[in-house]
Design a binder for this molecule. Structure first.
Ligand code: SIN
Ligand code: CO
Length: 384
């Protein structure tokens, strides 16, 4: 199957962004022809047995009592044949074929994507009607589900049928469809939705990263503290006599605000902060740091062998910022770039496997050799 080809029908990525993205839900039947699950259900169950992988099982009994159990799981036999769903977060960090599901969505920058969550549901299984605060694309893998999606509605009430399960009251669907293998559903933030499995079925949910303003502010403050660059004190050499000493005047307020905002206006600092913040993964990665550091001589040795592949860790987040100062960011680490290293950095940020001959072409100066050894020694890339 060619994962790159999404059958948009009458739409194009451009039209999708203009008409649907963050605006209204969409279903595309047969968006992927000949779709095959990139991970079999037993392998998914295996991931849910690992302690560093976030997983949960949501089940409901015939009286409508909801239960949430958190992984790691040892066995699944107690859940029976129906009315439960296993959800595993960031499966793309452990399964490269699952990570490849992201390639048709490259019309949206990779920093905006959080993870691929995979759910396996038995008949009548689901997590109930709920809202998410981020966009999601759901690819229907094997099996069938009934998906209902509504418009944002302030009159819906929040339900908490279990302390770990937030749902909403029933809503008027604007999409009500049975999804079959290869169908694609797009749900914007805060649109109520509910998926109920018809038979054993697998869904792949591409979730987006949308930082909250409070997260951004607090991480930015952490950055200032880490770098110890917010120590300069407020000053007011132009002060004139005040009229009411108990008032904070509009002028003083403005001066203090500009004093704070000056930090955000420091472009170099902001680029460093935002690059690190947006490439910092939220889920564990399969990073294997080499036992012995790879030095320049060792790298040249490796490159003398013809058929070696350089691979990025699956699910790694990387990006380049090239405005004030060119920098490559990988997993929250920054690698300063120069003109000679930009081409290699672009390949590293694109994260396609690289052959020795491709690497050799890019490895044309000491700076590139150093960039390569740094990403290898961090365990972000490895030699297959
Ligand atoms: C699911 O796959 O069952 C839940 C996905 C979602 O509602 O975001
Ligand atoms: Co959801």
């Amino acid at each position: 199957m060619n994962m790159d080809s999404l059958n948009w029908g009458d739409l194009t990525p451009e039209k999708f962004l203009a008409e649907y993205w963050q605006k209204k839900p969409l279903i595309i039947k047969q968006a992927f022809t000949n779709f095959q699950d990139p991970i079999p259900a037993d392998e998914l169950a295996g991931l849910a047995m690992e302690s560093e992988i976030e997983s949960r099982i949501v089940s409901v009994d015939s009286e409508g009592n909801w239960q949430v159990d958190h992984g790691p799981f040892e066995d699944f036999s107690q859940y029976g044949e129906s009315q439960w769903t296993l959800l595993v977060q960031a499966v793309n960090n452990w399964s490269r074929p699952t990570h490849e599901l992201l390639s048709p969505f490259a019309f949206i920058p990779s920093w905006r994507i959080d993870d691929v969550m995979v759910s396996f549901s038995t008949p009548d299984g689901g997590v109930g009607a709920h809202l998410d605060q981020y966009d999601v694309f759901i690819i229907q893998g094997s099996g069938k589900r009934r998906w209902q999606v509504g418009a944002p509605d302030k009159s819906l009430s929040t339900l908490l049928p279990h302390p770990d399960l937030k749902q909403v009251s029933s809503f008027q669907p604007i999409i009500d469809e049975i999804t079959e293998v290869g169908d694609l559903l797009y749900i914007p933030p805060n649109h109520p939705h509910n998926g109920v499995s018809i038979e054993n079925s697998v869904n792949f949910s591409i979730g987006f990263q949308a930082p909250s303003s409070q997260d951004l502010w607090s991480s930015f403050a952490d950055k200032l503290i880490d770098l110890n660059i917010g120590e300069e004190r407020f000053s007011d050499p132009d002060r004139t006599q005040c009229q009411q000493n108990f008032t904070i005047t509009a002028h003083d307020k403005k001066q203090l605000k500009s004093f704070m905002l000056a930090q955000l206006d420091n472009d170099e600092l902001y680029e460093q902060f935002i690059g690190q913040y947006l490439t910092q993964g939220h889920h564990a990665l399969e990073i294997l740091v080499p036992v012995n550091d790879i030095d320049n001589a060792k790298l040249l040795d490796i490159l003398s062998e013809p058929d070696i592949l350089f691979m990025p860790v699956s699910g790694l987040k990387a990006a380049i910022v090239n405005d004030t100062k060119a920098t490559l960011f990988i997993n929250g680490d920054s690698f300063p770039l120069e003109d000679q290293t930009l081409a290699l950095a672009e390949k590293l940020a694109q994260q396609n496997p690289l052959t020795t001959s491709e690497i050799k072409k890019l490895n044309n100066c000491l700076k590139n050799t150093e960039l390569l050894t740094s990403v290898l020694n961090k365990g972000y890339w490895y030699i297959e």
